[in-house]
Write a protein that binds this ligand. Sequence first.
Ligand code: ZN
Ligand code: ZN
Length: 129
Amino acid sequence: MDAHHQGGCLCGAVRFTASEKPDVVVGCHCSQCRRQTGLYYASADVAASAVTITGEESVRWYQSSEKVRRGFCSHCGSALFWQRIGGQKISIMAGAFDQPSGLVFGYHIFCADKGDFYEISGGLPQHPQ
Ligand SMILES: [Zn+2]
Ligand SMILES: [Zn+2]
């Protein structure tokens, strides 16, 4: 098992393993992600079929829009997952991966909606939507 692709929530009730390498980390600065995280959502896509979740009974899903649900730990509140309902992929919060994560930050999206109290640094591509 590749330790680079495992992680979990703050309290440890929910753990996950990705059996394939996650995609690049995407930072979403939309208003929903801002409110959920207090800053922005940084997550990496993995094929849903490659993800095993233990402690799944502790995951609560909040449907944040018609087509999207967000999973979090019902004990400690850690945001963990973002998924298009019925989608083939699941986005996993980058910060939930055990270190060293092996993850690479790719780009930022919904930058036009970002909070007005910070700047996006790092020189990576920034997409307004
Ligand atoms: Zn937890
Ligand atoms: Zn977002």
